[in-house]
Design a protein around this ligand. Sequence first.
Ligand code: AMP
Length: 536
Amino acid sequence: MNAEKTQLILQSFGTFDTNEEDTDGPVKERCKDQREALFGEPRCVNCGRYGEYICDETDDDICSKECKQILLSKIKNDEKPTLKISIAKVPASDECFYVRDDRSSAESLNINQIESLRAKLGISVWGESVPGPILSFSSCNLPKKLEENLENAGYGLPSPIQMQAIPAALLNRNLIISADTGSGKTASFLIPIISRCSHIRLQHLLPSERKPLAMILAPTRELCIQVEDQAKILAKGLPFKTALVVGGDAMASQLHRMQKGVELIIGTPGRLIDLLSKHDIELNEVHMLVLDEVDCMLQRGFRDPVMRIFKALSHPQLLMVSATISHEVEKMANLMTKNLTCVSAGSPNMATNSVKQIVIWIESKIKKKKLFEILTSEKHFKPPMVVFVASRLGADLLSEAITGTTGLKALSIHGEKAMSERREVLRQFLTGEVSILVSTGILGRGIDLLKVRQVIIFDMPTSMKEYVHQVGRASSMGEDGTAIVFINADDKKLFQELFHNLKSVGAAIPRELSNSQYVMGGYSHARQRKKRKFGA
Ligand code: AMP
């Protein structure tokens, strides 16, 4: 959902400007005599209008004598009348760094309004006493500097996942955060981290010599670099330093930076374990741990180092984030921590609606020819473009073939290239010097490829999760993009899920796919059922 759509929905919740003046007339008798609340103003706990008065018996915001009577009779009847009361029921064990702004618009929405807002923004929540969504960054008591940085970075309104995840994270909840690719998940954990860490430093809450307070683990170096870049932009001018701990760069300089004192460590699990086992880095003040792309981080390969790091920390707040969360991940998350809250926005686990999927059935030996046709067609080629392939060698060979055949400059990126080369390739691509990037799955996850609005999935990945992430690279913050996907019989393992994914978004489905014997509920099965019914 893009900012304009969000803005429209917010407007329907009374966040528009009006020129209506407050008047100091007699106390309003009837609810209908009261005006709508302006953005940031207190709202009546009963009807949501402007909460001009404070009830002398309950201290709640109310709009009129009528609503006061209703409120008091509800309390008498022992009903659960207001959101305020349920928010106040945050378990005592929750250490709350989030000082609620009295004028916070979320708090002044009543339960019905919160539910309606969530429904409109496609937000779902699961867990106990989940706070309502925020309607603006300014309602969360963030450090002033952070608010300024958000504004300078063009973050006008929080995205739906940020609206729900930020207030929950600021309340110290252990969270699973899932939302479409490119929907602003990174800031949904960075903002609470920066806010809490700066708060601790500014108030000298911990008598430490600047030990790390938070840690983010991510599966690839590129993603770590991107997260660090974003953290630096948002934390500019605050007492908040970061250390990047990834393979490929010299360990000595990473160590030096950490020893000088940082608030946040961002790294890949392997290099972190390496560094932590060789050097004495105190992690006892790490209060927040983020597992970005958590489904990947809890898979075999990453799981052991991740769990080792997790166990080395003293019960940090855990934020687990991805566009694809399986039951497996939920189960593991429940084993790792108690009192999980899940927040999601959009349709996680599905390719984002913002990207049009064009699936082409094509035999392997003519895939290259088809790709060159697309690249040389003015109508179809929309640079900058990423082409996803299955292997490192394939990435190198295909990028050379593209340049050799079409004359277009293409580069490859994969895990076997040195870090410095990967950085340079990405730089050239992001600055527009190169318009085609051929990549293995390393760019599939989490990376915001800025202006990229077209991807080609030349080789289908091995799982639908990876597919969802690769398709998502063609969109950022709800902007429209296109994914051209090559499939053939070699990809039969994914037919079933792909078919349902395409069907659910109304995308065209190649006949070979819908007729395949590997698709339950496809046309071939429908025909077989019909045949059986009529005894044919
Ligand atoms: P992400 O899904 O975290 O990769 O974010 C996608 C892109 O959206 C990044 O370029 C972010 O800088 C940008 N972004 C995140 N949140 C907002 C927001 N609230 N307003 C505008 N841009 C945003």
